[in-house]
Ligand binder design. Structure first.
Ligand SMILES: O=P(O)(O)OC[C@H]1O[C@](O)(CO)[C@@H](O)[C@@H]1O
Length: 527
C-alpha cells in the first residue's frame, strides 16, 4: 500500500523549492549550452515520438530533485495500484480502469463479477463486428441502402475526445484508403447545433450514436429527442437509425429504442473514455475497426512507458513533475497546448476537459483543503494560427505561461508546395523551432516596446507523422501526465463534483422555482 500525502509535507518537495530561479533560460538556451540541452534533454516516447524538455527551467540538479519527489510521492507505485484495481477514485468509490481498454498493464482485475479486460475486449469485438456489417451492407437502413454518415450525440467526454480523435485521423484515413464514413457531432443543447448538423446530413443514410455514460445528461437526452423528431418528420424509424453507448447500469442500457447498445462502465471517467466504446463506436464506423485497434496499440505502448521508475524513461511522469514544479514552485497559473498540426485542431479542447475537470480541485483525496495550487488553466490552438492571435501575451505579457508544443516532421496528406525554397510543412516546422528559442532566449532591444525578456519555458513532443498509433500514444501521454499530477497534489483526479451545482440550478430555472438573482436572470433571458 502506498502513502497518500499532501505535496507540501514531502521533504523532496521542500528541497525542490530551493531550486526556484536556479535556471535562467536566456543563458542556458543560448549558444553551445542550448545546443547541448536540445540534444540531451529529450526522452523517447512510444511510436517514435520524443518529449523534449530542453527549454524548461530545469537542469541536472532540478531533475535530481524531481526524481526524488517522484520516488517519495510513490508515483509509479500508485499507478501500479491503479491498474491493479485499487479504489483510486475515492470520491465515487470506484476503480480507475481506462488504461485497461488498451491493454493489461498488471494483474487481472475482477469487478462486477467479470474480468474487466475481457469485458473491454468483448465490447471492442462487438463494435468491430457491427461496424464491419455496416460497411459491407449487412446492416442497412429500412430501404436496404448503406449508411454513409455517422453522427455522434454526446457532450463533455462523450464528445470532445472522440471528436478530437476523429478530426486527427480524418485526412490520414482518406489518404490511406481506410476512410469509411463521414462523422459529425452534436453536443451543445443550443438548438442551432443539432439543427445545423441535421440540415447538412442525409438523415435517411445516417446512423446516430447516442453516447452517455450516465444516460441522464440533459443536453444529450434533449438532442436525442431533437434527432428522433427529425427522423420521424422524415418518415424514418429512429430505432433503426440509432445505437447507444452507455454504462450497463444506465437507464439507456435496457432500452429497445436502439439498433444496438455497446458498453463502457463506471470505472472509466468520461474524459478518459476515448479508448473505450465511447470512442470505439464512432471511430470504428468512420475509419474501420483496424484503425481503432492501431490507435489502441499506440496508447498501450505509451502506457507501458508510464510504468518506468526512471524519470528519463517515463515521459508522462517527467512532464507531470516539471508541470508541478512550474505550478507550485515557479508559480505559473496557466499552460498552453500548441499543436503545429491542423489535424489536432480540437486536441487542446479535449485537454481542457481532461486536465481541468480532473485536477481543478481544492481538497485532497480525504476531503481536506490543500494549501497549494493544483491544476493550471489550460488553453490552446494549433500553430501557426495561435502565433497570429494570443502569442503576443505569451511573449511580452506580464504572466509567464509554460508552453507545450507538439509537431510532426511530415504532413498527413502529403500535398505541398515549394515557395521561396521551402515547403509549407518546412515552414510550419521552422516556426515551431523558432518559437521555442524566441520564448526561451528573448531578444534585447533598447526600445522597451520591442524588447523580448525571454525566460519563457516550453516543451515539445516531436513525431514522424500523426497516424493512429502516434495519436494513441499522444493521448495516453496526456492522460497519464494528468494522473501523475493528481497523485502529486494528493487529489482525486477521477471525479467532477464541481459540475453539479450549475446543473441543479438550471433545473430550478426551468421549473420556475427561482428567486433573487436567479429569478432576475431568468426574466432577463426570457425563460
Ligand atoms: O457521458 P455522460 O454521462 O452523458 O456525461 C457527459 C459529461 O458530463 C460530465 O459529467 C460533466 O457534467 C462529464 O464528466 C462527462 O464527460
Amino acid at each position: 500500500m502506498t502513502n497518500w500525502k499532501n505535496l507540501d509535507t514531502l521533504d523532496s518537495y521542500k528541497a525542490l523549492k530551493a531550486c526556484k530561479g536556479s535556471v535562467d533560460l536566456t543563458t542556458v538556451m543560448a549558444g553551445e549550452s542550448g545546443a547541448d540541452r536540445a540534444k540531451n534533454y529529450s526522452v523517447p516516447m512510444a511510436e517514435k515520438l520524443t518529449y523534449n524538455f530542453a527549454a524548461k527551467e530545469v537542469d541536472d540538479t532540478v531533475l535530481e530533485k524531481l526524481a526524488a519527489l517522484a520516488k517519495e510521492a510513490e508515483l509509479v507505485d500508485k499507478f501500479q495500484e491503479l491498474y491493479n484495481g485499487a479504489v483510486i477514485n475515492t470520491g465515487e468509490n470506484r476503480l480507475v480502469l481506462h488504461q485497461m481498454t488498451r491493454g493489461q498493464l498488471g494483474e487481472p482485475v475482477k469487478a462486477d463479477g467479470v474480468d474487466k479486460r475481457t469485458f473491454y475486449v468483448e465490447q471492442q469485438n462487438r463494435i468491430a463486428e457491427f461496424a464491419n456489417k455496416v460497411h459491407n451492407g449487412e446492416i442497412t437502413n429500412a430501404a436496404g441502402e448503406k449508411f454513409t454518415t455517422v453522427v455522434q450525440i454526446g457532450i463533455g467526454g462523450s464528445d470532445l475526445g472522440p471528436r478530437a480523435m476523429y478530426l486527427a485521423l480524418e485526412n490520414w484515413a482518406k489518404k490511406n484508403g481506410t476512410f469509411k464514413m463521414d462523422a459529425k457531432f452534436i453536443s451543445n443543447v443550443d438548438p442551432d447545433d443539432a439543427a445545423a448538423v441535421l440540415a447538412s446530413t442525409d438523415v435517411a443514410h445516417a446512423i446516430f450514436v447516442l453516447v452517455s455514460k450516465s444516460g441522464t445528461t440533459l443536453e444529450t437526452l434533449t438532442n436525442e429527442s431533437f434527432v428522433k423528431d427529425a427522423l420521424a418528420k422524415a418518415g424514418l424509424d429512429a430505432s433503426k437509425h440509432m445505437i447507444a453507448v452507455t454504462s450497463e447500469t444506465s437507464p439507456l442500457a435496457k432500452s429497445d429504442d436502439y439498433l444496438a447498445a455497446f458498453f463502457m462502465d463506471d470505472y472509466i471517467g468520461g474524459r478518459y473514455s476515448s479508448t473505450s466504446a465511447v470512442g470505439g463506436a464512432v471511430l470504428s464506423l468512420a475509419f474501420g475497426p483496424d484503425v481503432f485497434a492501431r490507435f489502441l496499440n499506440g496508447a498501450a505502448a505509451e502506457d507501458e512507458t508510464a510504468k518506468n521508475t526512471d524519470i528519463r524513461k517515463n515521459p508522462a511522469m517527467l512532464d507531470a513533475l516539471i508541470g508541478v514544479y512550474e505550478r507550485n514552485v515557479l508559480g505559473y497559473p496557466a499552460t498552453t497546448v500548441l499543436p503545429y498540426s491542423q489535424a489536432l485542431s480540437r486536441f487542446p479542447a479535449h485537454l481542457q476537459q481532461l486536465d481541468m475537470e480532473s485536477n481543478g480541485k481544492s481538497v485532497n483525496r480525504f476531503g481536506e483543503p490543500v494549501d497549494y495550487p493544483t491544476g493550471p488553466v489550460i488553453f490552446g490552438e494549433p500553430g501557426t494560427n495561435g502565433q497570429h492571435s494570443f502569442y503576443q501575451l505569451l511573449h511580452q505579457g506580464t504572466d509567464i505561461v509554460p508552453l507545450q508544443f507538439i509537431a510532426f516532421k511530415n504532413s498527413q496528406i502529403g500535398t505541398d508546395v515549394e515557395i521561396q525554397g521551402s515547403t509549407s510543412q518546412k515552414k510550419l516546422c521552422a516556426n515551431v523551432a523558432a518559437q521555442i528559442v524566441a520564448f526561451a532566449c528573448g531578444k534585447k532591444d533598447e526600445n522597451s516596446n520591442k524588447n523580448f525578456k525571454g525566460g519563457r519555458p516550453s516543451s515539445i513532443i516531436i513525431g514522424e507523422q500523426l497516424d493512429p498509433e502516434t495519436l494513441g500514444a499522444l493521448l495516453a501521454h496526456f492522460e497519464n501526465k494528468v494522473m501523475f499530477q493528481g497523485f502529486l497534489w494528493n487529489i482525486n483526479s477521477f471525479d467532477q463534483e464541481g459540475v453539479q451545482l450549475g446543473k441543479v440550478l438550471a433545473k430550478k430555472v426551468l421549473a420556475h422555482e427561482t428567486d433573487g438573482a436567479l429569478k432576475v436572470f431568468s426574466d432577463l433571458l426570457n425563460i
